[in-house]
Design a protein around this ligand. Structure first.
Ligand SMILES: Cc1cc2nc3c(=O)[nH]c(=O)nc-3n(C[C@H](O)[C@H](O)[C@H](O)COP(=O)(O)OP(=O)(O)OC[C@H]3O[C@@H](n4cnc5c(N)ncnc54)[C@H](O)[C@@H]3O)c2cc1C
Length: 431
């Protein structure tokens, strides 16, 4: 009988593993609490109406339509019985396995700052991105209906976190607001502010100083107010309080400041190390569990120098491919190898015609060249041929027409449900 493999999580790690397992004589079941895989690096484009949600996500069943030996269970994993080799889920019978790959990813980290969990908007899931898009567009509608709302912070958009997500979102907000300037005939859209807050003294941590400076300068030229060395003390309804005593009236506080392992890490009962990530050996197996691999954001894997791998899509994907291949080795009675990450570099776009790309072989691209590199890499990496075509078309349209087509409020804020509502209208914002 073919060995049974269960893959927990259909993110970059899980999908990477399952694509390798599909070619092996094993029966694989992917289990995820969502029925789709999301290309998270482009979430900010959904949040700023540049792309539709279906451009950056694919149903898991659709990805493996042609692979008879790969199945999917739409369920949340509640616990794992490593002795009985059973994955306990909230829908249907427990899933039995011979080999298990855990790729549960991470979730937004609030750092325990008072009021932030309640009042800030996260950017981690497709629902977060569409909610943020609806929320931002709603602020403009509110301001159009009552211009006094602008003084109350309706058009002040604060983003916390100067990493790639914060930088990309800030640049894209400015571009969206240019389009909205043409939409709203009686509203002074020029009063809209984008404030990017970063606790350290630089943007894009991990990039070279030149790239950090380039991002800072470009954002400044485009009208983004970048506040370096500033951190949030607390958030309340309609206000964000900074540690230096400053208070900003805003209806929109976007949290792009960090992630922490998904609750699944704790539910497994496995040993956790730095940052709460699950401890694994260099072959990505937790000590004492020879038929289990933990990969991606959830795994506390380290390189040969003992440095932890970054929580990045490229790391998760390579680890997924690796884990899938190692299951193949175990099935054939061989020992797994150690994981080695091939670093192709990092990039971040700041908006139209501007990006920084720091690639392998010390290739450094900034400005328009960096932007072309960014476009190409993201198109190639995006799962699904139809998605690539659709994204290419949308990007070309936006570029030529200075447009952002998906300006739709499809989740009116009073119908939001994915997180606990913060006010009696069900609105999770700073009212
Ligand atoms: C806004 C944003 C922008 C990013 N930009 C970049 C970028 O430009 N470049 C880059 O390299 N990286 C980027 N990243 C990071 C990258 O997306 C992650 O490192 C990567 O997704 C990690 O892959 P993963 O498989 O570990 O987890 P994920 O891709 O997060 O997948 C985890 C999966 O597990 C599922 N899951 C979790 N718990 C359970 C459970 N209990 N039961 C069932 N299913 C469960 C989740 O639903 C999810 O589908 C970005 C991340 C975000 C949020």
């Amino acid at each position: 009988m073919a060995a049974k493999v269960v893959v927990v999580g259909a993110g970059f790690g899980g999908i990477g593993a399952a694509t390798r397992l599909a070619d092996l004589p094993v029966e694989t079941t992917i289990v995820d609490q969502r029925n789709h895989h999301v290309f998270q690096p482009l979430l900010y484009q959904v949040a700023t109406a540049g792309l539709a949600p279906s451009d950056i996500a694919l149903p898991v069943r659709g990805i493996f339509q042609d692979d008879e030996n790969v199945d999917f269970r739409w369920a949340t994993v509640e616990g794992i019985d490593f002795n009985q080799r059973l994955v306990h889920v909230d829908a249907g019978a427990p899933l039995a396995y011979d080999y298990l790959i855990i790729a549960g990813g991470s979730e937004t980290r609030w750092f325990g700052i008072p009021g932030v969990d309640e009042h800030a908007l996260p950017m981690k899931t497709l629902e977060d991105a569409t909610n943020l898009r609806g929320h931002v567009l709603t602020q403009f509608e509110k301001a159009a209906a009552d211009p006094e709302e602008v003084d109350e912070g309706a058009l002040t958009f604060v983003i916390v976190g100067g990493g790639p997500t914060g930088v990309e979102l800030a640049g894209a907000f400015v571009e969206l607001f240019e389009v909205l300037g043409r939409d709203f005939h009686h509203l002074d859209v020029g009063r809209a502010r984008v404030v990017l807050v970063e606790a350290t003294d630089h943007l894009l941590n991990g990039f070279t100083e030149k790239s950090q400076r380039s991002a800072l300068d470009t954002l400044g030229e485009r009208g983004v107010e970048v506040r370096l060395g500033q951190s949030v003390d607390r958030a309340g309804p309609g206000r964000v309080h900074f540690k230096n005593g400053e208070v900003l009236a805003t209806n929109t506080l976007v949290w792009a400041a960090g992630v922490e392992p998904a609750p699944l890490a704790e539910a497994t009962g496995l040993e956790r190390g730095k940052g709460g990530r699950i401890v694994v050996r260099r072959d990505l197996r937790p000590p004492g569990h020879d038929n289990v691999f933990v990969i991606g954001d959830l795994a506390g894997a380290v390189n040969r120098k003992g440095e932890p791998y970054l929580q990045m899509a490229s790391v998760a994907l390579q680890q997924g491919h690796f884990a899938g291949r190692q299951v193949g080795r175990l099935v054939r009675g061989r020992r797994p190898r150690n994981f080695r990450y091939i670093d192709y570099g990092e990039m971040a776009t700041i908006g139209r015609n501007a990006a920084v790309a720091e690639l392998a072989f010390h290739i450094r691209l900034r400005g328009v060249l960096g932007w072309y590199a960014w476009l190409l890499v993201h198109l190639v990496r995006l799962a699904g041929f139809r998605n690539r075509l659709s994204v290419l078309f949308n990007w070309a349209w936006s570029y030529l027409r200075y447009d952002r087509q998906a300006r739709l409020i499809v989740h009116p804020e009073d119908q939001r449900s994915h997180r606990a509502p913060a006010s009696d209208t069900g609105t999770r914002h700073l009212p």
